[in-house]
Design a protein around this ligand. Structure first.
Ligand code: SF4
Length: 454
């Protein structure tokens, strides 16, 4: 299903669309208030962008330095070229410990690798411990946002889901009572877990340590109680030095949720006595993206979600309409790297207003890359046939000024005579489904110019 088709499903529920739009705009405004309070905000963005630029330019060096230092700390480091290898490594560690009960905190990388279904196929129970992730795990849905995975659901929806899966009273939708129920339910899972899986927000080459940021403390509780901790990390997460970390943690919380800092910023260096600590470093297409000069800086992304919260298309079409692990503007430039044909509609899911680039804390030129992907998709003939034909026709007209002028004259006349019901027929003119067409002008700019210059 293309993005417009999937978006149409979401927008069919007008109330939900409006509410989703407003909820994300509220977060965007919270983010703005925090950034106004930091006079050095732009300096921080620039610094973060340059640190990432530098780290990406020597990624191999910093990854090896990270590996050496992590191993010196007693951490077991694994390398995975793709999602399959990642999943097999995690499964092997779990099987070595004959573990059956796994708790997992939020990790977009494990979503990207489809780790949960893979482990479940091998008879292993995985419980997502982030509240939003647990909710959508019950409904068997992917996250619709990278920071707020269940943002597409209302509290009444959560009430229904908890009634079905956790036995809360029917009609209960009080957030505090629902959260308390989830807390009790998850506590039992934490205590029983044999292995805890976490993501990684930042890995520091200099120390071999890594940082996990959560607001619920679920990652900390899971990895502290379980005898084995597996941290799964995309290779782009490495930063050179500990002194760089503060730049990113200051930017991340403010950009993601408009908080001063994430509630729990936990540092891991070595396993506790009696525990094992593993890190899986995963490529899964990242080095391909690194090798594309026009798109490599998309690897600077710190997964704050700010570009989603500000995007007028994402806010109104919902995360599931992107059909990719990372939705929104950043997902639209990461996804064609993985499968150009499948995700060819995503770079077009943008107004190119540039708001995503303006809020991005690491200054990724997202809208420029969206435009570049459109060109590549056109060259690769990966657009839907109708659109391809339309573009070819338009190119032929725009290349011939006389034809353009003549057709313009015809179109102005035709449009003025076409009944409103016909010109706004969604099947004939999808553009006008939610928009009013402007009044056709009496004359073209070209005619007006010729007249006034005489
Ligand atoms: S692209 Fe920028 S704004 Fe979007 S999630 Fe990544 S870091 Fe945040």
């Amino acid at each position: 299903m293309t993005h417009p088709e999937a978006a149409e499903r979401f927008t069919a529920d007008v109330d939900r669309t409006t509410w989703h739009d407003q909820a994300l705009w509220f977060i965007r405004q919270k983010r703005d208030r925090q950034t106004y309070q930091l006079p050095e905000w732009e300096q921080l963005r620039e610094m973060a962008s340059q640190i990432k630029e530098h780290a990406l330019s020597r990624l191999d060096v910093y990854l090896e330095e990270f590996e050496r230092n992590a191993q010196a700390n007693g951490v077991q480091v694994h390398w995975a070229a793709d999602a399959r290898e990642h999943n097999e490594i995690v499964l092997r560690i779990i099987q070595q410990h004959q573990a059956q009960r796994i708790v997992k905190s939020k990790s977009m990388l494990t979503e990207e690798c489809h780790l949960n279904p893979f482990l479940e196929q091998h008879g292993i129970e995985v419980v997502d411990t982030d509240l939003g992730e647990r909710i959508i795990q019950f409904t068997n849905e992917p996250p619709s946002h990278i920071v707020m995975p269940a943002i597409h659901l209302k509290k009444e929806d959560v009430g229904r889901i908890f009634h079905e899966h956790l036995g809360t009273p029917e009609g209960e939708s009080d957030p505090q009572r629902l959260t308390e129920t989830a807390r009790q339910h998850l506590r039992a899972k934490f205590v029983a877990a044999d292995v805890a899986i976490s993501g990684v927000n930042f890995a520091i080459a200099e120390t071999g340590g890594f940082v996990v940021c959560t607001n619920e403390g679920n990652a900390d509780l899971g990895v502290t109680l379980a005898p084995v901790h597996i941290a799964c990390m995309g290779i782009e997460k490495v930063i050179p030095k500990l002194e760089h970390l503060g730049v990113f943690t200051r930017l991340l919380a403010r950009s993601a949720t408009g908080q001063l800092s994430t509630t729990y910023t936990s540092h891991f260096h070595k396993a506790r006595p009696g525990q094992e600590l593993h890190i899986v470093l995963v490529d899964n297409g990242r080095t391909t993206q690194l090798g594309r000069p026009d798109f490599r800086n998309s690897l600077k992304c710190i997964r704050c979600g700010a570009c989603m919260n500000t995007c007028p298309v994402y806010r109104r079409s919902g995360g599931h309409s992107y059909d990719f692990t990372v939705p929104g503007p950043i997902g639209a430039i990461l996804s064609p790297n993985i499968d150009l044909k499948k995700h060819s509609s995503l770079p077009f899911a943008s107004t190119l207003c540039g708001s995503c680039s303006d809020v991005c804390p690491v200054k990724i030129d997202i809208h420029v890359q969206l435009y570049k992907w459109r060109q590549l998709i056109g060259q690769a003939n990966a657009m839907p046939a109708g659109k391809r034909l339309g573009m070819k026709g338009l190119a032929a007209v725009l290349a011939r000024p006389a034809v353009y002028a003549r057709l313009g004259r015809v179109a102005r006349k035709m449009l003025a005579m076409t009944p409103h019901a016909l010109s706004h027929n969604g099947k004939l003119n999808p553009w006008a489904i939610a928009r009013e067409l402007p009044e056709p002008p009496k004359e073209s700019f070209r005619d007006w110019y010729a007249k006034t210059q005489m």
